[in-house]
Write a protein that binds this ligand. Sequence first.
Ligand code: FAD
Ligand code: AMP
Length: 478
Amino acid sequence: MRTSYDVIVIGAGPAGYHAAIRAAQLGLNTACIDKSLGKDGKPAYGGTCLNWGCIPSKALLDSSHKFVDANQHFAEIGIKVGKVSADIPKMMAHKDKVVAQLTGGVAALFKGNGVNGLPGTGKLLAGRQVEYTNHEGAVATLSAEHVILAPGSVPVDIPPAPLTDDLIVDSTGALEFQSVPKRLGIIGAGVIGLELGSVWNRLGSEVVVLEALDSFLPMADDRIARDGLKLLRGQGLDIRLGTRVMGAEVAAGAVNVSYQDKDGDQSLTVDKLIVAVGRRPYTEGLLDPDSGVNLDERGFLYVNDLCATDAPNVYAVGDVVRGPMLAHKGMEEGIMVAERIAGQKPLVNYDCVPSVVYTHPEIAWVGKTEQELKASGDAYNVGSFPFAANGRALAANDTDGFVKIIADAETDRILGVHILGAGASELIAQAVIAMEFDACAEDLGLTMFAHPTLSEAVHEAALGVAGHAVHMINRKKK
Ligand code: FAD
Ligand code: AMP
């Protein structure tokens, strides 16, 4: 085995594998160490995102959405179906197949691009030496001109709800249920709690979501969060805000959850409990005390804006460093670092990181919320447009939600875009592109959008910033 490299990446999640592939594409001799194993016990590149995160959750969200459509909405548009039922093992098998296809795809990309994939564990020593232990326990010391740390994150566990084998589970366990729990509790109404809650609610569970905060999705625009909460509750998700879980005990094959709300002590019995209270950076066993890399006060690897750690030529990217814990943010950081090592000068624009909650309707946003702008005292204009007035949304019988665009009152530059609606995860890319190019709302308004598309709601919201939306009543007084 080769022991000296231009670049060694530790971790092959989205942040690490993007860094490794880009570095190899740029002609750097690159190795990527990753310890994850797939269900078949074989090395599985792709990290949380491909194995236990973005991809399997979206497979189940898409399948369960189609199930609800067939069960509840086909009849509304004239499609009669017989009795619709969910085959959970088959749904899981489809999800597992997609995961295997994509993790195998990363291995193929490593091979094709010349990345040395090294299954096992990496530990950073002093002077950019890396201790590599393979899955058979053999240890080798490797060295590199540059090291990129991308070890990712793991679910947070909380003392009141310790995980058990299969009744109290984290997000990973919640992607593996082989039958639909009749009563399902979820601690945490964050993105992951809402997505998993949606999956199992759609498949027939009675879902109660316990959220300590009084506000719902506080990082989203207030109006989007308010309308989103109403729609999700309307689907049957029993989201209880201001409820702090104090304990969870398994008894007689069920879980008794105790929690407090404004009225005092409460309890709830469920068949399964999902703990979805966030994720924390994962650095166990990663650093030798002499590595020169420091952590910040919250346990993240400390880096500057360019993802450089305190150790020369050692970088860190993805969930293990500050910023939103999102796959695409890590991917862009990984690419930036690889290209900088190769002498290029890219930057990550942290003001343009899109966020998406893949519920139905989806919730997506980029940039500033209206409440943030209000708090900072900046003057702004808002244009918004409901999908109920969009021809394509009506044709598709899927009209919940709206697009809201906020622009600077003086320069008209777009400051934030917030979308609640079917396809919001795709539509938000238009806003990201516009903001990346410093567009004004007028620029979007002057752009031609294909008709009939959901995207026209973005166009109309942009026109609405100056009061020009066409499919709205907007008469000038004579
Ligand atoms: P990870 O993906 O966590 O990968 C790190 C890898 O490094 C792992 O394979 C790990 O085993 C390995 N590793 C760690 N330490 C070592 C070591 N010392 N030696 C060798 N290998 C090591 N984000 C989105 O953007 N969109 C979504 O829709 C989305 N959905 C999600 C759904 C769920 C249920 C979950 C849990 C997460 C979701 N996320 C989503 C978050 C996303 O998965 C993470 O932001 C992303 O995976 C982080 O990428 P990363 O490369 O930093 O780390
Ligand atoms: P996120 O970090 O976005 O995944 O969200 C996790 C959510 O879990 C946050 O909104 C927290 O307020 C919530 N949370 C954390 N601990 C508890 C608890 N003990 N009871 C209820 N909710 C909690």
